[in-house]
Structure formats: structure tokens, C-alpha cells
Write a protein of this length. Sequence first.
Length: 448
Amino acid sequence: KSTSAPSLADGEERFSKSGFIFAAIGSAVGLGNMWKFPYITGKYGGAAFFLMFVICLLAVGLPVLMAELAIGRGGRGSVSASFSRLSKQKGWGALGFLMILAPFLILSFYSVVAGWTIYYAVRSFSGQLFSNSDYSGQFSAFIGSWQPVWWMLLALVLTAVVIIKGVSAGIEKFNKILIPGLVVLLLILVVRSLTLDGAGEGVSFFLSPDFSKLTAESALVALGHAFFSLSLGMGTMITYGAYVDKRQSLGIGTMAIGLGDLLYAFLAGLIIFPTSFAFGIEPGEGPGLVFVALPAAFAAMPLGSLFGGLFFILLAFAALTSTVGLLEVPVAFVRERFGWSRGLSVIVITLLLFLLGIPSAVSVGGAVGGLQFGEKTFFDWVDFICSNIMLPLGGLIVTIFVGYVWKHAGDEAGLTSSWFRIWIFMVRYIAPILVVLVLLYSAGALDF
Ligand code: PFF
């Protein structure tokens, strides 16, 4: 046991083997898979983009995921503590702090969208959503009001309740219930969408690649999304790594998480594209796809309010297993740094998140004017700064740390020598270069 700062993961704060896999898949699978992925796939060329995404996931996403899990388990602390403990340098702890701030900021707008999904699930089951066929008007009226603030609060409170219960009774148990639920819902909806008249066109859009659509820009978007989708660069996988048993194989865990995330994105595509094509809806039209186009599609099918309700519940489940992973990062930090109890840490951070979330919730639909800065709303700015700047920066810090600073990364990873060579090659040479390109592109320094 370390004689310096107390380790967070001392004592009973541990995942069981399967609990860790469920929790990590829960974090990876989220709004990104269903809210961002379909519209960027639609925009950047369907199947060709999907293929690019798979390559990015395998070649860069998985090596970085493995690196994050190793840092967490090796450091056995919050992100910041793990970095300073493993490098024995305080400066690295400060860099790690960036990866504590990022999930906090992400959670402030992610919970807004999570709130929308809960609202839509309720309205869909109750049939109210389908009582007026102006779905675009309904959506604008909703996000243009103060209501999203309260739905965001509900999403935050549900998340807080899970995190207060701790690692095994909270995070692990919650994911062990919700992830199988998610799979069942996903399969029901896949069968529904694939049996719609005209589903074939959507399937072929999603699965027959047109390589002429592959551009450097689409590759960088795919890579950025692989990071977001695997919850990388934001401290979640490092924090979860701190609760992993020493005897668990990180290599197998990494594969399972990557496969789970990919499979989910694939099945989400098999729901969204056939459903939208069957009802003559263009898939590339932004977040409105999920909240405007799909309700119109559900309304047009038999038992639409049931399938619509199931779809939004699926989305809400996916969102909540991710918000849980985000909240644990700052909570772990505050507990370790200030010695606060879990309950106090959760309450204080959730309150701060609520306050920070309000401008996001009311700016996105224009409920409150004046929250537009340049061409972006407050919501868009927080999203942009987190997803486009802090996330690739976090990824870069991880690759440099594991590739060049922490000498014992290989021991913690526990790979066979040939896997180790591939892994460290990707982490040292390939990932940092690509991540820097994503960073430059996302920050607007590269133009195509
Ligand atoms: N991976 C999640 C998604 O695709 O929606 C988003 C996310 C969750 C990012 C948790 C980061 C994180 F720590």
C-alpha cells in the first residue's frame, strides 16, 4: 500500500470483473452513439464514414483506452493523483486536472440533452408527442422554454443518486441492470426498423461504402468521434481503471469495451437509417434527426407511441450510464483532494453542475436571449471547447504520458510481448500525431 496520499481505491471500492465491463461499456455507449453518430455518418458519406470510424476505433481508440485504464489501475487514484503518483511529478497532476474539468463541463450540457430524452420518452408513452404532427414546432417550443432546465435537473439527480451509492452498489449495479435492458430495447427496435417497408434503402446507405466520399476531413471527424464515443481524454476511463481488480486483464477489457461500443453504434445505425429512409427523411440533418424526424417516423407506424417511447427510453438509459461515468471523475478528485465524504462531494458538484447547466439549457433553444457569443450559443461553446479542444488535448496528454513518461506502463498493461509492441508503437507514434491533427482541425487551424 502506498505510504503517500491515501488511495481512493483502497478498501472495498472495486468493480467485480463483469461489473467493470458493464460500467465501461455503459460509459462508452451514450448519446454520442445515437445522437451524434447518425448525423455525422449521414453528413460524411454513410458506410464509407462508418468504415473509417471502425478503423479509427481499432487503430487509435483502443490503444488509448488501454493506456487510460492502465494509468488508472497503476495510479489507483483520481486522474490527477494517478498522474502525479506514477510520474512522481506534481506538474503531471496539474495536467491531469484538465481531465477532471473536461467531464465536469461535458456533463453540464450532456445532462441537458439527457433531460430532453427523458422528456421525450414520457411524452411518447403518454401519446402527447403524437397529438400534434408539427414535430419541429414542438421541439423548438420545448427547447425554447425553461422546461429543459427541470428535465436536466432530473437527469442530474438520477446520476447523483447512483454515484452517492458508490462503486459497487451504485455504478456497477446500475449498469448491470441498464445495459441488458438497453440490449433488449435495441434488438426490439432493430427488428422493427428492418421490417419496415422501404428499410432496404436505409440499410444500403449505411452499409454500402462509397469511397469517393472519404476525405481527410471525414477521417478527422471519425477519429474525434472514436475518442468521444469511447469516453477517452476525459478522465472517465482513468477513474474507472482505478477501481479495476489487479487480476483482471486490461487487454480483454479493452477489446470488450471497444466491441460493445461498436456493436451498439452499428445497431443504432440499423435503427435510425432504415426508419428515416422508410419515411422519406434525410439522415444528415443534425440533432433534429432524433427529436424531429424520428417522432414523425414513429407517428406513421402502427404502435408508434410504444416504439417511440421505447426508443427514447433507450436513449435515456444510454445517456444515464454515461452521465454516471462523467460525474464520478470530479467526485473522485474532490474526495481525494479535500477528503470530503462521497455524499458531500456528490451534492456540491451536482449543485455546481446544475448552475452551469442552466445557461446551456436555456441558450440552445433561445429561451433566454443574449446567450449567443459569435455564431455559437453558450451550449455550443461548451460542447465545442470540450469535444473539440479539451478532449483531444486530454488524449494527447495520455499518449505522451504512457508513451514517454511513465516507465512501467507495460507492467501494468500485462500484455504479451507482441501485443505490447503493437500497443506501445500506436501510443508512442501514431496516436499522438493523429490526435494533434484532430486538435488542429477541430480548433479550426486546418481547413479543407
Ligand atoms: N461516450 C459517451 C457517448 O458516446 O455518448 C460520451 C461520454 C461519456 C464521453 C463519458 C466521456 C465520458 F467520460
